[in-house]
Design a protein. Structure first.
Length: 300
């Protein structure tokens, strides 16, 4: 005669498979020492009924003489595994000088073809799945935010295929006597204004460049994050009685130098040097980017 399958006991978030004698919390296995697991088996199979201490000891240690202290230790470990260490006794009730009773609300289920208890090998745990879904949702939010903030063009900007995005990186001042605060800043502002007048060119705001520099982000990383195509940078230094302005146009994607040149102006005419260099550099940028619009030269 075929033996009927042993039931599965459910209580709270736990599931006890009496066939395999395994305890699960949701779909995660709760490790139990063998005798602790046997203690749970006896109590949960007789849920609602007081199990005398002597009877429980005989069931768990049938061939061994054990003191009550061993049983108490098992009950303590079992309560810890079930999270039942408070005075409320959610699952295991102690009846002084008598025994123990499983008082949790137990639901019996019959395993289907003996495969219910194997769900952990097929499906990920509920907690793990929940964490995975939350991580994917968070990643989608971050990607959407970055795309909206940095890559989606404003309705005020053209979105044609031949639009080039460029940022002017403040030129490095290598000669402190040239006023390394005002002169590079003035050159950056003039270059930004000139480049913004070229058809087919989007220029990043100087304040955005400054904020990323204050955050100590590298130019290459900033350019990638902001979806730039090219960056314009350079250096300023004094050479005798002249000031030398060197400019470089760099491709963000390959890090290759597109164009570079140097220009020298009399050191006593720094204002004219800014305007002259701005017009020349902007013209070279327009030529190398293939901009279709006509560059507007500044008034002299």
């Amino acid at each position: 005669m075929e033996q009927s399958p042993k039931p599965v006991y459910r209580f709270g978030p736990f599931r006890y498979d009496s066939r395999q004698r395994l305890l699960f919390r949701e779909q995660e296995l709760v490790p139990l020492a063998p005798k602790v697991g046997e203690t749970l088996r006896v109590l949960v199979e007789r849920h609602g009924t007081v199990v005398e201490k002597a009877e429980l000891i005989r069931e768990v240690w049938p061939d061994t003489i054990v003191e009550e202290i061993g049983l108490a230790r098992n009950i303590s470990q079992l309560r810890k595994a079930l999270g039942d260490e408070s005075e409320a006794c959610q699952y295991i009730e102690t009846l002084p000088k008598r025994g123990y009773r499983f008082v949790g609300n137990v639901v019996l289920e019959s395993p289907e073809n003996g495969n219910r208890s194997h769900s952990k090998a097929i499906w990920p745990s509920t907690r793990l799945l929940r964490r995975l879904l939350l991580a994917v949702a968070a990643l989608c939010l971050v990607v959407g935010f970055v795309d909206y903030e940095f890559y989606r063009p404003s309705r005020y900007l053209s979105s044609g295929k031949h639009i080039a995005s460029i940022a002017v990186i403040p030129f490095e001042c290598r000669s402190p006597e040239l006023d390394c605060g005002a002169f590079p800043r003035g050159l950056t502002d003039l270059l930004t204004a000139q480049l913004s007048k070229i058809d087919g060119v989007h220029v990043l705001s100087p304040s955005t460049v400054s904020s990323h520099q204050r955050a100590r982000l590298s130019t290459a990383f900033m350019a990638r994050v902001l979806g730039l195509d090219v960056v314009l940078d350079g250096s300023i230094q004094r050479a005798g009685d002249r000031v030398r302005i060197t400019s470089r146009l760099v491709d963000v994607h390959s890090a290759k130098l597109i164009w570079s040149d140097s220009y020298e102006y009399p050191v006593e005419q720094l204002g004219n040097a800014q305007r002259e260099a701005t017009g020349t550099i902007a013209g070279q940028v327009a030529a190398h980017l293939g901009a279709g619009g006509k560059l507007l030269r500044p008034n002299r």
